[in-house]
Write a protein of this length. Structure first.
Length: 417
């Protein structure tokens, strides 16, 4: 039986596993390493985060992105974005050197059992663990607007569904969204000869500023410190103090998690995007239906006027929504009994443990409303790994969680916090 079973082998899962192994825990890691980065992002994309803010976390900080790049003979500089394929290669190197062997099978179900949990793999094996950490990334939480759901995948896809945009060469594509995924996807499409336009609800597109120099006068740093989430004291707080963020009132945390660091394009995409991509601002898709050769979109604008647009394919670059009901690898009874915040995300303690299911830990996007916007980025993995593994060790010392009596929902009173 594992002390800790980590479900997911992306930046958060691998970082948690590294810290757990260093703490002497018997840890199992399941999932295809860096799957989202390898399978769900087209070649030619870059990390939006700075290289120094994109490290996975090992306790001794010996397996940083810059160390990997130095071994590969690659330059890493502040203000120069890193290609996604380089970052994916870094994650694979981290998996080989910083964690126990990763089992690339997919965990399809996690259930409670005497003494902890059982995980079922895609080939039917049952694996037991005293505690479980769900580091499932973003793919279970794909968000497509209701007006675009129900249409065939030949007509509508999410931006995360593509590792190769070549199928759209020479075709007409409409990208819905105004954030980095939408703008960079549109730029890549235009550069390969696709007729592409962007539809955005906002009245204008936002672009991030060029980052300031790494070395600058102390008074400039004091006025606007540089952090893993950008410049300014507010971003510094989100990046460097997730534990304090959790002490804020829940309505404040939910509002910040939903609005902070909102849709914006990286500064290095702008010159590629603006000359090449048509933009329709202040537009939403009210309805969509299949027509010969593609689909017809019914659009509304900020004035209430209606328009129609025909296109061959729509890519919804509309983000992810991490709600409890989408954690479908948990059975319905376990999922519905999870303590849930007002925004639909699972509640977690200061150790990233579910208060309703002792021994069940969560990481990554699912914890953004508890610990802040850093949990939407690789940068949040460092804080998460250290705090979560402390929580696992604390839980192991208290003994295995009790299973509630049949028919009773929720956690035993001794487990509530």
């Amino acid at each position: 039986m594992y002390d800790l079973l980590v479900v997911g082998a992306g930046p958060y899962g691998l970082s948690i596993a590294s810290h757990a192994a260093a703490a002497g825990l018997r840890v199992g890691v399941f999932g295809r390493p860096m799957a989202s980065w390898r399978d769900h992002m087209p070649r030619g994309m870059f990390l939006k985060s700075e290289p120094w803010a994109s490290h996975l976390s090992d306790p001794e900080r010996r397996r940083r992105l810059d160390v990997y790049c130095a071994e590969q003979g690659l330059a890493v500089r502040h203000g120069e974005p890193i290609p996604v394929e380089v970052f994916a290669g870094y994650g694979l190197w981290f998996a080989r050197t910083a964690v126990p062997e990763v089992d690339e099978r997919t965990v399809t179900r996690v259930v409670r059992c005497a003494g902890g949990f059982e995980a079922v793999t895609d080939d039917g094996e049952v694996v037991a663990a005293r505690t479980v950490a769900l580091a499932v990334g973003v793919m279970p939480f794909v968000e497509i607007p209701a007006s675009l759901t129900g249409l065939d995948a030949s007509l509508v896809t999410h931006s995360s569904h593509h590792s190769d945009l070549g199928r759209f060469r020479g075709r007409d594509v409409t990208v819905v969204g105004g954030g980095q995924a939408a703008l960079e996807t549109a730029a890549l499409l235009a550069e390969q000869g696709t007729r592409v336009r962007v539809l955005a609800r906002a009245g204008e597109l936002r672009w991030n500023d060029v980052p300031p120099p790494w070395e600058r006068p102390w008074w400039r740093s004091a006025r606007s410190p540089l952090s893993g989430l950008g410049c300014g004291w507010r971003n510094w707080f989100y990046a460097e103090r997730p534990g304090l963020f959790r002490s804020l009132p829940e309505p404040t945390r939910a509002r910040v998690a939903a609005t902070a660091l909102g849709p914006a394009g990286a500064w290095w995409v702008r010159d590629r995007f603006e000359p090449a991509v048509e933009v329709r601002l202040g537009h939403e898709v009210a309805a969509a239906r299949a027509v010969p050769g593609g689909l017809r979109l019914d659009l509304t604008d900020g004035t209430g006027s209606s328009h129609t647009l025909e296109t061959e394919h729509v890519i919804a670059a509309t983000g992810f929504k991490a709600t409890t009901d989408r954690l479908t690898l948990l059975p319905a009874d376990l999922r519905t009994a999870l303590a849930t915040a007002a925004d639909g995300s699972p509640e977690v303690t200061r150790d990233f443990e579910s208060p309703s299911h002792p021994g069940l830990f969560l990481a990554g996007l699912t914890t953004a409303s508890a610990f802040g916007p850093a949990m939407r980025f690789v940068y949040g993995a460092t804080y998460t790994a250290a705090a979560l593994v402390r929580g696992v060790r604390r839980r192991l010392r208290t003994g295995p969680p009790r299973i509630p009596a049949p028919g009773r929902r929720g956690a035993p009173a001794t487990a509530r916090r």
